[in-house]
Design a protein around this ligand. Sequence first.
Ligand SMILES: [Zn+2]
Ligand SMILES: [Zn+2]
Ligand SMILES: [Zn+2]
Length: 251
Amino acid sequence: MTSPENRHVCLAGPKCRNASVVEGKKTPATTEAPDSLCTGCVRSVQRATEYLPRDYVALSQAVGEKARAQGQRVKSSPARQAPLNVAVVAAMQDIAEALDRAAEVVSDGLRCDPPDGHEPTRVSDAAVMVSTNITKLLTTDVVECWEWQNDTHCEPNCHPERCDDTQHLRWVERTGIQFGLRLRKLHQSTASVIGVLEKLLKLSIACAHCADYQPLYQYPDSGTVVCKECGYDWTTETFGLLGKILEQETK
Ligand SMILES: [Zn+2]
Ligand SMILES: [Zn+2]
Ligand SMILES: [Zn+2]
């Protein structure tokens, strides 16, 4: 029997892949080394990292050219309903930024340069660098980096110029494991965004608010009709006018 002092638990905590339920309580798997992830979590972080470039491409295919060409950081505040395109572009930025940060950590350890160049090539290069050196990432101790956080007020560690009402760029301390778990979380949340997008029904009518004839989409579960481009909710108007002229199409 291992004595409690020698037992370490997976730092993924309740999100541990190999967690077991002990007396009704979710308990993370034990690990050999302290402050580490269990083998199941290491593998799942690695697989998520490998998959993120495909998530990025799938998201990019789901939004219009216009949304992608914005170039600036977009805001997706959980407080208000953002147009779908804004949420999707924000998810793409989150993936690119998280992979950039993780690749910087790994390249520091390997004493080489992180991938540069444009997305989506940089995104896939960073994912290859991180996933093939996953141990390097997950054994990295504390590093300091800039991180965007949703919040309503500035803290002393905020960037002097980049903040606005809802998003703050802050100088924070992160461990390699935190970077890794963030990559896994991003892959999971993207999967649910893509799941919603794939179910959307494309209607054969254009949004009257958008000058360039953006098609309207309907959520099959709620029946809500929205414009992905401007976010306007056309549900009441559309049903009054058209009933259900639907084209089963996704993108
Ligand atoms: Zn685990
Ligand atoms: Zn701030
Ligand atoms: Zn519109």
